[in-house]
Design a protein around this ligand. Sequence first.
Ligand code: NDP
Length: 293
Amino acid sequence: MTATILDGRALAKTMRAELNEEVATFKEKYGVTPTIAVVRVGEDPGSVWYSNAIKKTMAGRGMEAQLHVLPETATQEELVALVTRLNADPAVHGIMVQEPMPKGIDEAAVKAALSPDKDVDGVHEVNAGRLALAAPAGRPAGVKPFFVPATPAGGMELLRRYGIEFKGKHAVVVGRSSIVGKPMALLLLRENATVTICHSRTVDLPAVCRQADILCAAVGRPEMIRGDWIKPGAVVVDFGVNDVEGKMVGDVAYDEAAEVAAMITPVPGGTGPMTNIMLVKNVIEAARRQVAR
Ligand code: NDP
């Protein structure tokens, strides 16, 4: 079997065109430009690359991305003061504080300082809590609106747009971080999948993975998930981004997996391009909630 590629790059292109229209309509209706403030402390190369990518993606949609850079030596108080000022600024609809933050900064305290209404990265405990409390699809939500981290939201959007059925499927998520693995598991659960979450203490991980109709990898270990861990006909979603001697590879051994799976996301070009798109969607949604009340 050679798997169908879940092409995040192509879908992101389609969605960029959709979002261009959505932003234009929003601006015309409300006279407001959806705006995100990206906050960075220091010059971590990955964070610099990501903030530039966000700026480009937002500008391309007619949106605005402010970049606020504090020096590596900035204190916790200075960072929280900046976040508090942005919380109160009506021209800013979404705020993202980039990670990693330098040593000495309490990341949890910074996240807690964000206004949940502007937390477009879904890292505030109110947003994480509402996702955990939200009812399954098809039942009354039971919670106020919330934001979902962009990476798992992008993975779900990719699966949905390719018509993947979730109901009653066994989804196995490898990884339990609060930014990828855990929200992905909760999103699959909301869609009525039966979900297993695996982590570094899971016993016989290959055997658990082999049960998956939908297998999601968010581990951060290059090509750890081998072809013979995959159930024939499974759908494989690889969130992994690993640099191996200058080449980007996922958490799944792609060539082996593609021989067994029915569908698979490539790395690069799978879940990665979807992340920025979902961040754009979250910023538009934040602006809508703040402007259209
Ligand atoms: P974390 O390091 O926060 O979490 C990794 C998870 O994998 C942990 O839950 C850990 O278990 C688990 N794990 C580690 N080793 C093993 C193992 N040998 N067996 C089973 N489980 C293991 O990573 P993130 O969630 O932040 O990121 C995961 C991957 O996704 C990375 O490659 C990252 O670069 C990528 N990523 C991709 C994005 C995108 O846009 N596509 C965005 C964000 C991240 P435990 O909890 O027990 O420690």
